[in-house]
Design a protein around this ligand. Structure first.
Ligand code: GLU
Length: 509
C-alpha cells in the first residue's frame, strides 16, 4: 500500500489544552502531507463525554493556526469525509460494531462493574492479574457463555451491556512501524477490549480504526504512548477485513523531561519556569491558568523550528529551517527512535535567531504592539532605530521594552552600585560641559558626529573617555550595560540627552 495518496490525520481529544508534544505530532503529520502533496486532516476524538472540556477544541484550532499548521479537512473546514467530530458520527460506529458481532469477531458482555471488581479481587487473592481475555471470557457473563435466547432477553429488557472484541487465542500480530521497525506481539497478551460502551458510545479503539479506514488514512503518525494500542488496532483491521488498506504506523519518540528521564509534563514546566502549551490556557472549570509559548514571547516560526528538530534530524548541520524548508527536507526515515530531551534553552536560542533575522521594520512592528500593551508610545522611525539597536541583545520581543525601557522613559532611579562605582565629580563636570555643548549643537545628531565632538571636548578638558562614558550611560539609562551608548543618545535625541544629563547631575550631586 505504498502508492496510495498520502492522507494523514491529527486526532486530538478535546480534554484540555494541547500539549506541546501534540503540536509536534500535528507538525510532523503536516510536514509529511505537504512534502508528499498529500492531505492533512484533523479529526476531533470526543467520544469520551466524561473528559470533555469546554473551550479545548477552540484552543486546538487557535494553536494550530498560530503555528501555521494548515488543515485541508477538519470540523471547521469540512471535507468529503465529514463530519470530523466523532461525537457526530455516533450512529456509524454501532453499525461497524454490529458487523463484528455478525462475523463472530465481537460479543456482548453483561458483566456489571461490581461483578468485574469481584472477579478482580478473587484473582488478586490468587495472585493473578485479571484480564478479560481468551481464557477468562468463558467464565464471564457474555454472549459466548449465555444462550442466544438469554442474550436477546437481556438486551430486550434494557440491561446495560458493552461490546467486546473477541481477540483470537493464539495469533501472531506483526506489523512494521516506520520508526520502530518490526513489531511482533502475541494475541494472547491482548485482552478483549471494549469497543462499544454501555452508553452507546464507541471507545477510542473502535472509533479511531473505523474513522482511519473511512477517511482513507495512509499513515498513522502519533505519539509513542499509542504504540501499545497498535497491535489491537491491527487486529481490528483484520477483523473488519481491511488489512490490505491498513495505514502504515509511525510512532513518534516521546518528549522527555529536561533531566532526560520520563515524559515531559506540565509539572516540569512549572518547576523550571517554562510553558508546555503553545498558547495560554485558562481552565474554564478550575479557573487555573497555564502559561503559553506565545505569551512567553516566542515567535511561532521559532517554536515550529525548535519542535521540528526535537525528534527529527535533517542529516546535515543545518539548524534554521523555515516551514517551507522543513516541508522540503522532512521524511519519516529521519525521525529518531529515542526520546528527545526538552531543552528550553534551545527554544530560546531559536527565538533569538529568528529575532536577529527579522528586518528592523518588522521587529519595530512587534515593538509598537508591545509598547501599546504597556501604555507607552513612540514614533515609527524611533521604533525602527530601537529595534536595530536591541536586536542582537534580546531573546524575546517583550525585552525590547523591558531591557530598552530607557528609550521610552527617562530613568526614575539610578542603580546604586553603578553610581557608587562610576559616578564621580570629575565625570559630572565633564557631562555638564557636554550638555552645554549639545545646547549649541549644529548639524546632524548622528552617533559618529556625537562621538567625535564628545571626544574632542574631553581632550580639551584633559580627561579620558574611560571614566566619563559609564557616567553618561548611567545618566541616560539609570544603570550600566545595554546597547551602544552613542545609539542611545541619538535615538533618545539631543534635547532628551541634555535633560537626562542635567537631571542626573542634580540628583547624584
Ligand atoms: N485521540 C487520540 C489522542 O488524543 C489519538 C491517538 C491517535 O492518533 O491514534 O491522542
Amino acid at each position: 500500500m505504498t502508492d496510495r495518496p498520502v492522507r494523514v490525520r491529527f486526532a486530538p481529544s478535546p480534554t484540555g489544552p494541547l500539549h506541546i508534544g501534540g503540536v509536534r505530532t500535528a507538525l510532523y503529520n503536516y510536514l509529511l502531507a505537504r512534502h508528499t502533496g498529500g492531505t492533512m486532516i484533523l479529526r476531533i476524538e470526543d467520544t469520551d463525554q466524561t473528559r470533555f472540556v469546554p473551550g479545548a477544541e477552540d484552543y486546538i484550532r487557535r494553536s494550530l493556526e498560530w503555528c501555521g499548521i494548515q488543515l485541508d479537512e477538519s470540523p471547521w473546514h469540512g471535507g468529503a469525509h465529514a463530519p470530523y467530530r466523532q461525537s457526530e458520527r455516533k450512529a456509524l460506529y454501532m453499525q461497524y460494531a454490529q458487523q463484528l458481532l455478525d462475523s463472530g469477531n465481537a460479543y456482548y458482555a453483561f458483566d456489571t462493574p461490581e461483578e468485574l471488581e469481584a472477579m478482580r479481587e478473587r484473582l488478586k487473592a490468587e495472585k493473578v492479574d485479571f484480564q478479560y481475555n481468551g481464557v477468562m471470557r468463558m467464565q464471564m457473563k457474555n454472549s459466548l457463555t449465555l444462550s442466544a435466547d438469554e442474550v436477546q432477553r437481556r438486551i430486550a429488557s434494557g440491561e446495560p451491556y458493552v461490546i467486546r472484541l473477541k481477540v483470537p487465542l493464539k495469533e501472531e500480530i506483526r506489523f512494521t512501524d516506520l520508526i520502530r521497525g518490526h513489531v511482533v506481539v502475541q494475541s494472547s497478551t491482548i485482552d478483549d477490549k471494549v469497543l462499544m460502551k454501555s452508553d452507546g458510545m464507541p471507545t477510542y479503539h473502535l472509533a479511531n480504526v473505523v474513522d482511519d479506514h473511512l477517511m482513507e488514512i495512509s499513515h498513522v503518525i502519533r505519539g509513542e504512548e499509542w504504540l501499545p494500542s497498535a497491535p489491537l488496532h491491527v487486529l481490528l483491521y483484520r477483523a473488519f477485513g481491511w488489512e490490505s488498506t491498513m495505514p502504515q504506523f509511525a510512532h513518534l519518540p516521546l518528549l522527555l523531561k529536561p533531566e532526560g528521564e520520563g515524559k515531559l509534563s506540565k509539572r516540569d514546566g512549572d518547576k523550571h519556569g517554562f510553558a508546555v502549551f503553545p498558547l495560554q490556557w485558562n481552565n474554564p472549570e478550575t479557573g487555573e491558568s497555564s502559561r503559553g509559548f506565545r505569551e512567553d514571547g516566542y515567535l511561532p516560526e521559532a517554536l515550529v523550528n525548535f519542535l521540528a528538530l526535537l525528534g527529527w534530524n535533517p542529516g546535515t548541520e543545518q539548524e534554521i529551517f523555515s516551514m517551507e524548508e522543513l516541508i522540503a527536507a522532512f521524511s519519516l526515515e529521519r525521525v529518531n527512535k529515542s526520546g528527545a530531551k526538552f531543552d528550553i534553552n534551545k527554544a530560546k536560542w531559536y527565538n533569538q535567531q529568528y529575532i536577529k533575522e527579522m528586518s528592523d521594520e518588522q521587529l519595530a512592528g512587534f515593538l509598537l504592539q508591545e509598547l501599546d500593551k504597556q501604555g507607552l508610545m513612540c514614533s515609527n522611525e524611533k521604533a525602527v532605530l530601537v529595534a536595530r539597536a536591541m536586536k542582537e541583545r534580546i531573546t524575546f520581543i517583550h525585552e525590547l521594552v523591558s531591557a530598552g525601557r530607557f528609550f521610552f522613559e527617562a530613568p526614575v532611579a539610578y542603580d546604586a552600585e553603578t553610581v557608587a562605582k562610576k559616578w564621580t565629580a570629575d565625570a559630572a563636570k565633564a557631562l555638564t560641559a557636554f550638555a552645554e555643548l549639545l545646547k549649541g549643537w549644529q548639524g546632524e545628531f548622528t552617533p559618529a558626529a556625537v562621538k567625535t565632538s564628545l571626544n574632542d571636548l574631553l581632550a580639551q578638558l584633559g580627561m579620558k573617555p574611560g571614566p566619563v562614558m559609564p557616567a553618561l550611560r548611567l545618566a541616560m539609562t539609570g544603570s550600566g550595560g545595554g546597547p551602544d551608548l552613542m545609539d542611545i543618545l541619538t535615538i533618545c535625541g539631543r534635547e532628551e540627552t541634555i535633560r537626562r544629563i542635567e537631571t542626573a547631575v542634580k540628583a547624584l550631586a
